[in-house]
Ligand binder design. Structure first.
Ligand code: SF4
Ligand code: SF4
Length: 191
């Protein structure tokens, strides 16, 4: 059924616009006055020298999680690249030498210029192998290749940069839970 939306009936003063223009200007000047007189109310940081303190769940640049031996947790199942609406994840799989793990990524690349930071890849991953909690939201480069991050860059993170209660991060080399996780990993009881 067609719905007819009636235009509002304008008064004479609204039709000549001048009064509305000055009303708009008055609102703008009111905001400008508040900004000038109460500048201390506004939080300002010296960006880009000081980076914003983003929350951990902000969808920023990706990272690949690590096993206790430093290898990627990724099992090259392609679920992230299948879920990716931007088709910006390129994975080449290879056979894993560990007989508990069928495959691993020989290469893993994400084109951040195509990525829409939707987080679908993180949601799709069945083994918590990819996260977007790096808080690196400001990405700069002087050529397109700089924005294609490979497996090495994706795994270039330190457990000390992540909270102590983040067990999965702390089980990676350098983490507080690493020694124990490594023993479990060697004995085959690690999950
Ligand atoms: S955040 Fe979205 S667009 Fe970016 S790689 Fe993941 S699924 Fe693709
Ligand atoms: S969904 Fe997870 S395990 Fe599968 S390929 Fe992507 S990152 Fe690797």
């Amino acid at each position: 059924m067609t719905k007819v939306v009636r235009r509002p009936d304008l008064t004479f003063w609204e039709k000549i616009y001048f009064v509305e223009i000055f009303k708009g200007l008055a609102t703008t000047m009111g905001h400008a006055k508040n900004s000038l007189l109460h500048a201390d109310h506004f939080k300002v940081i010296n960006y880009p020298d000081v980076q914003p303190n983003l929350p951990r769940d902000y969808r920023a640049r990706h990272r690949l999680m690590k096993r206790p031996d430093g290898s990627p947790r990724c099992v090259a199942c392609f679920m992230c690249s299948t879920a990716c609406p931007a088709r910006c994840i390129n994975i080449v799989a290879e056979e894993s030498p560990d007989h508990h793990i069928e495959k691993r990524p020989a290469s893993f690349e994400i084109d951040l210029l195509l990525c829409v930071f939707c987080g679908f890849c993180v949601e799709a991953c069945p083994c918590d192998a990819i996260r977007m909690d790096t808080r690196q939201a400001v990405l700069a480069g002087d050529n397109r290749r700089d924005f294609v991050i490979d497996k090495t860059k994706l795994m270039d993170w330190e457990p000390k940069d992540y909270p102590l209660e983040d067990a999965q991060s702390q089980k990676a080399p350098g983490g507080t839970l690493h020694a124990q996780a490594l023993e479990e990993f060697k004995s085959g009881s690690y999950h």
